[in-house]
Design a binder for this molecule. Structure first.
Ligand code: MRU
Length: 364
């Protein structure tokens, strides 16, 4: 997407380095973050310099490609295996991270691994680039499949950031919104601020403003009231992991929105590329849910009027805080799964059909 007229990808490769958009300083500052070191790439994922399921999948893939370049010829396989372990242990919930790592690891093995390290290095980079391109293409296709679900004049609610900053390009939940807006539909997006880290208030709002899409930022708990007053006609969110039965892990707070939407008869859609499906996971209770530091609840941070970044504490020093980063929405509350292959029911059958379409494409 364009930033001040210049095309950017959230995760990119330039001159032998991984280039990320530094997300914690958005929307107040736009900075790029560069590394040639897989350990720094891993730290960027765990500290959320790069975040969002698709983006960390691509960052992990490029991180493993970086590791092949750092690996000595004589100890190639052990070095790369350790690097893969380091990258995989950054964040536990988003399936795309593991999909991206396995994609590059398979390419390294197919090229001969430590037996032919130079071939393996070339194969790793080519695989990471292909993975990133596929993520961007899948997200654009999600936009095409999802756009017809929105009617002119609708209010659309979204939670967290599932725009292009959460993927390589386009985004998942926001891709149909961008497409609808570009097609001339009048849509208004209701952006949950998404406590505690504010991905909605900081990132989704910035993306929508940059694209000129009408939107308002809401406190997370305002959705039910505005929806009950008829201001919101649909909800669309992204996903961090999809179980085989159609259950969805997404940013904490998603489940509550789905319950309210069902109560009010408002359609609730979940958009994701097929790389988010965990075929080994039978149901949502098996999805590992990240618990982050309670400091993210106790403090908030942002730019002061003079432009400096600062954090302030909002809770009593004596009060502990819990910070589960994701929740699970049962497939039964979801009206459609929007993937790059089309819109499917949130059920074993629907997820199976997406997986079959992905396998058919891979076999092509
Ligand atoms: O910001 P994160 O990485 O903690 O959150 C992940 C997400 O981006 C959201 O849950 C999003 O809705 C999933 S789609 C990338």
């Amino acid at each position: 997407m364009l930033v001040d007229g210049t095309p950017h990808r959230t995760v990119d490769w330039r001159d032998g380095a991984l280039v990320l958009i530094d997300q914690p300083v958005l929307p107040h500052s736009f900075r790029l973050w560069t590394t040639r070191d897989h350990e720094q790439a891993a730290e960027a994922i765990s500290t959320m310099v790069v975040r969002g399921a698709g983006a960390i999948g691509a960052a992990g893939a490029y991180g493993l490609a970086l590791a092949t370049r750092q690996a000595p010829d004589g100890d190639f396989d052990a070095y790369v295996a350790q690097a893969k372990h380091t990258l995989a242990n950054t964040r536990p919930t988003a399936q795309n991270l593991f999909t991206g790592l396995e994609h590059v690891a398979a390419a390294i093995a197919a090229a001969g691994g430590g037996e032919r390290p130079d071939d393996a290095r070339d194969a790793a980079l080519a695989a990471a680039q292909a993975y990133a391109d596929e993520d961007a293409a899948a997200c654009e296709a999600i936009g095409e499949h999802g756009e017809p679900l929105f009617q002119d004049g609708w209010g659309i609610s979204t939670h967290c950031n599932a725009g292009w900053l959460a993927f390589v390009d386009w985004g998942s939940a926001l891709s149909p919104v961008f497409k609808a807006h570009r097609a001339g539909k009048q849509v208004q997006v209701f952006v949950d601020e998404t406590r505690p880290r504010g991905q909605g208030a900081r990132l989704t709002a910035w993306e929508l403003a940059s694209e000129g899409v009408p939107h308002v930022v809401l406190a997370d708990n305002a959705f039910g009231f505005l929806a009950s007053r008829g201001e919101i006609q649909a909800v669309i969110t992204g996903a961090d992991r999809i179980a085989r039965n159609g259950d969805v892990a997404n940013k904490i707070g998603t489940f509550g929105h789905a319950v309210i939407a069902r109560h009010l008869g408002i359609p609730f859609y979940v958009a994701f590329p097929s790389s988010t499906i965990d075929a080994a996971c039978a149901g949502g209770s098996e999805i590992p849910i990240e618990e982050r530091s309670g400091d993210e609840i106790a403090y908030t941070w942002g730019a002061a009027d003079d432009g400096s970044f600062t954090r302030v504490r909002t809770t009593p020093l004596a009060s502990p805080a819990r910070n589960p980063a994701f929740d699970v929405t049962p497939g039964g509350l979801i009206d459609g799964l929007i993937s790059e292959f089309g819109v499917f029911p949130a059920s074993e059958d629907g997820v199976g059909r997406i997986l079959a379409a992905r396998a058919a494409k891979a076999a092509d």
